[in-house]
Design a protein around this ligand. Structure first.
Ligand code: HXC
Length: 257
């Protein structure tokens, strides 16, 4: 195992990354971020992997960035470290990332969950940004991504209070996709991952990319992007195969080309 803070496996066409510091509720230190980003980028380039699952070992997904690592940090040191450029690379991953959250997803742990494309959560999941009670604030996209998801007023409330939202609230606000019984979280997440892993790989890729543009761009700009991706798919064998299979009333056999 070349990793110290994560546990990595491949099950069929699913690449699984599990945060693995259960004694400290998977507190995220900088080497852990490097490991997460490095394996996810590797999965992104690996033809055998179609979908990536991100989860946590133990009773939490992640209770935040490692406070022990940050407590004595200085502003200039942090500026020079420029650690968030590593997090930024997650936003460039082309394959779908599905997060499975049990227990706490707080601070940087919540921000990591918000980097996922789809989130499944156990009944005991709790999301929140407690940074305000530490005299800091989110730094890995929390203020932006939560606001895009739930709107300004609600995001403001959660971020300013630092309160934790339970799984039901997270579902209600559109932060997560599904609540699953804790014992079934891994199984249901993998079932869903396998379901989308069967889709035409190039369509998966360009749909994900286009949806993410909708978050950042105006509708008009996003639609230009969508259109180019739509045209691009007509250069693929899978488009010919998918449409021919429909006409021939059989199942398509997609190859990602
Ligand atoms: C370092 C942490 C930690 C963290 C938990 N631990 N969270 N260590 N950094 N973020 C450690 C505890 O110190 C403890 O270690 C062990 O994990 C178990 O935690 P307990 O507190 O004993 O568990 P419990 O009583 O169940 O409380 C759970 C908790 C609490 C409510 C989640 O641990 C907590 O409040 N944690 C901090 C949450 C937080 O503030 N996160 C935001 C961090 S700032 P020992 O050795 O005592 O057993 C942040 C900024 C992001 O994320 C910036 C961008 C990256």
């Amino acid at each position: 195992n070349r990793f110290s803070f994560i546990d990595v496996s491949v099950e069929g066409s699913i690449g699984i990354v599990a945060l693995n510091r259960p004694k400290v509720l998977n507190a995220i230190n900088r080497p852990m971020v490097s490991e997460i980003v490095s394996i996810i980028e590797e999965f992104d380039r690996n033809d055998e992997v179609k979908v990536i699952v991100l989860c946590g070992h133990g009773r939490a997904f992640a209770a935040g960035a490692d406070i022990d690592e940050m407590a004595e940090a200085g502003a200039i040191e942090l500026e020079l470290l420029n650690q968030f450029t590593e997090w930024d690379r997650l936003a460039w991953v082309k394959k779908p990332i599905i997060g499975a959250v049990q227990g706490f997803a707080l601070g940087g742990g919540f921000e990591l969950a918000l980097c996922c494309d789809i989130l499944f959560a156990a009944h005991d999941a709790e999301f929140g940004f407690p940074e305000i009670s530490l005299g800091v604030m989110p730094g890995a996209g929390g203020t932006q991504r939560l606001t895009k998801l739930m709107g300004k007023s609600k995001a403001m409330e959660w971020l300013l209070t630092g309160d934790r939202m339970n799984a039901k609230e997270a579902l209600h606000y559109g932060v997560i996709n599904r609540i699953v019984a804790k014992e079934l979280l891994q199984e249901e997440t993998l079932k869903f991952a396998n379901k989308i892993a069967k889709q035409a790989p190039l369509s998966l890729r360009l749909i994900k990319e286009s949806v993410l543009k909708a978050v950042d761009y105006s509708v008009y700009e996003g639609m230009q992007y969508e259109r180019k991706n739509f045209y691009l798919l007509f250069a693929s064998k899978d488009q010919k195969e998918g449409m021919r299979a429909f006409q021939e009333k059989r199942r398509p056999n997609f190859e990602g080309e």
